[in-house]
Design a protein around this ligand. Structure first.
Ligand code: ADE
Ligand code: ZN
Length: 326
């Protein structure tokens, strides 16, 4: 349809994308064969049959074990490169990609393999695809604050390759304040800051308030439960905070796209963006997320253009580089 063509053709930035969430079953089989790993599921259909998510926890229970096939720098490169090729087809011209180093270092994979492979793909994207690609180091919030701080120290030699830090994984009992010291140190080192405030978590709006007022994030991942507190909405608008929403992901972890919340915030003039989160698992890359939201909420082409403009304005591009896009 023309809506699909228009959505895919729009030059856009993707700001909420977990590289480990781009592992398609076909590549998983290739990497398993390369590394001599026996997989329980033998066919693509059998792998996809395990994608039966009802909430964040049941998603994460599939997401982490799949990463065992990622071992060498080449593996991480190949994963990121496969994503970047898909992103190119979806109109992505700039991307800030999350990666979860602790999910790899905790099973014995050196930090250097992870970032070395991902960085090589990011550099290649610039020269071969014309996509500018940056990396955001995400801490796992269900690990300790000490483990996060150790990871931040491990990352410092690679500072030039990392634009910011984020916080993901299971939000329950892991509020933003647990990582206040880690994020203060990251800010002092010059990193941009973002944190996940996942949809409909216990105490979601309290966590959103904390990331804005206590942590001082530059952006919020998901965060649409902010609609529950109009004063906080006003503050986020005044600060020009970006929100990286993920409609199709929402429909997996909450059974709803949360289109009313996303579009409501967009109409109020907040810097709302649309992204894919974990596209291999939720079956939709960023262009498909634009289309899904547009169909659900009856968005116009003008609305889609606004979402694309927001994606650059909420990005961490320098003003000079941003000006090349908007
Ligand atoms: N890790 C990967 N995707 C995530 C999500 N949507 N929420 C929290 N942690 C994640
Ligand atoms: Zn996410």
């Amino acid at each position: 349809t023309s809506l699909t063509d228009f959505a895919f053709g729009l030059p856009k930035a993707e700001l909420h994308l977990h590289l480990e969430g781009t592992l398609e079953p076909e590549l998983k089989f290739d990497l398993a064969a390369r590394n001599g790993i026996e997989l329980a599921e033998k066919t693509v259909d059998a792998v996809k049959a395990t994608y039966d998510f009802t909430d964040l926890t049941s998603f994460l229970a599939v997401y982490y074990p799949a990463m065992n096939v990622l071992q060498t720098a080449d593996d991480f490169h190949d994963l990121a490169w496969a994503y970047l090729l898909r992103a190119k087809e979806q109109g992505v011209v700039h991307v800030e990609m999350f990666f979860d180093p602790q999910a790899h270092t905790s099973r014995g994979v050196p930090f250097g393999n992870v970032i070395g492979g991902y960085r090589r793909a990011a550099v290649r994207a610039e020269s071969e695809l014309g996509i500018s690609a940056e990396l955001i180091l995400c801490f796992l919030r269900d690990f300790s604050a000490e483990h996060a701080m150790t990871t931040l120290m491990e990352a410092l030699p690679y500072k030039a390759w990392i634009i910011g830090v984020g916080l993901d994984s299971d939000e329950r009992d892991n509020p933003p304040g647990k990582f206040a010291d880690v994020f203060a140190r990251a800010k002092a080192e010059g990193f941009f800051l973002t944190m996940h405030c996942d949809i409909d978590q216990v105490g979601s709006v309290d966590n959103i308030r904390a990331v804005i007022e206590e942590i001082g994030v530059d952006r919020i991942d998901h965060g649409t439960n902010i609609v529950e507190d109009p004063a906080l909405v006003a503050l986020a608008k005044e600060r020009g905070l970006g929100f990286t929403t993920c409609p199709v992901s929402n429909s997996f972890v909450t059974e709803q796209m949360k289109a009313d919340e996303i579009v409501g915030l967009l109409r109020e003039g907040l810097r709302v963006t649309v992204n894919s989160d974990d596209p291999a698992y939720f079956g939709a890359y960023v262009g498909e997320n634009y289309v899904a939201l547009a169909e659900q909420a009856g968005l116009s082409q003008t609305d889609l253009v606004q979402l694309a403009i927001n994606s650059f304005e909420a990005s961490w591009l320098t003003p000079a580089r941003r000006a090349a896009f908007v």
